[in-house]
Design a protein around this ligand. Structure first.
Ligand SMILES: N[C@@H](CCC(=O)N[C@@H](CS)C(=O)NCC(=O)O)C(=O)O
Length: 250
């Protein structure tokens, strides 16, 4: 059976979780306690970078969110989450990349506001970058319900795990009526409802983000130590006895 190593709030694991649900595949969720379990040798053998998500399908192991989505689409093409025309395929990948590479870094900077390493100009830039990206995505929705047409695709699977969370993170979407309609339509889908975070989980996430820079620094040190002690296996190892090893703190 497919297995997904994840944490519930993880921005990179949630798209893979959603894709599994939208494709109605049977799968097992394996919670990983990011308080340290990601640096255990068993987990580093699965993902040498010590990150979730990791998707395991029998002897196949995939790390990286977008690679996992590509794998699921190629291996389990029905129902399809990828359009067929060149332009629509490019739109899907554009939305994914813009979400992860433009929107997310800017929003994370806003969420960690107040950290001493940030200057006023950093925050100003993050604010402008966030709204510039949202305006770009708003324009892309011109004339269609979803980014690549009238059906949800891997564009929704990625952007739809970030943009609907923005108001809870203090980013106002009032100026983006198409994005708000789009987010509202997604919120009705059973898959989105199934992965919805509770208000308590949302509050915890925001609290954790405020101290994220210190946490990241601590994790950087843990990662270096773990890497020094672990050799990357030349043959990727598949997961078997994971369920009992990685426990979610929640
Ligand atoms: N580029 C990776 C990023 C994955 C990632 O950063 N995951 C975070 C959770 S959202 C993580 O595992 N953090 C644990 C750590 O950095 O120690 C992907 O797309 O999958």
């Amino acid at each position: 059976m497919l297995k997904l190593c994840y944490t519930r709030p993880s921005i990179y694991a949630r798209p893979v979780w959603l894709a599994l649900l939208e494709k109605q595949l049977p799968f097992e969720l394996i919670p990983v306690d990011l308080g340290g379990a990601q640096f255990e040798p068993d987990f580093l053998a699965l993902n040498p970078f010590g990150h979730v998500p990791v998707l395991v399908d029998g002897s196949v192991r995939v790390i990286e969110c977008l690679a996992s989505l590509d794998y699921l689409e190629a291996r389990y093409p029905e129902p399809s989450l990828l359009p067929t025309t060149p332009q629509a395929i490019a739109t899907v990948r554009m939305v994914q990349e813009v979400t992860f590479n433009e929107l997310l870094p800017a929003v994370v900077q806003l969420l960690t506001q107040g950290h001493q390493a940030q200057t006023h100009r950093d925050i100003e830039y993050a604010h402008t970058r966030t709204h510039h990206t949202l305006a770009f995505l708003e324009n892309l929705l011109h004339g269609s319900t979803y980014f690549a047409g009238e059906h949800i695709t891997l564009a929704e699977i990625v952007a739809g795990t970030v943009i609907p969370r923005l108001p809870a993170w203090g980013v106002d979407l009032t100026a983006y009526p198409r994005l708000r309609r789009w987010a509202a339509a997604l919120a009705w889908r059973p898959a989105w409802r199934q992965i919805e975070l509770t208000p308590a989980e949302q509050r915890l996430f925001r609290r954790q983000m405020r101290v994220a820079p210190q946490l990241w620094e601590q994790r950087r040190r843990q990662r270096i130590t773990a890497w020094q002690q672990t050799q990357i296996p030349s043959v990727p190892r598949a997961a078997t006895p994971l369920a009992s090893t990685f426990k979610d703190p929640a």
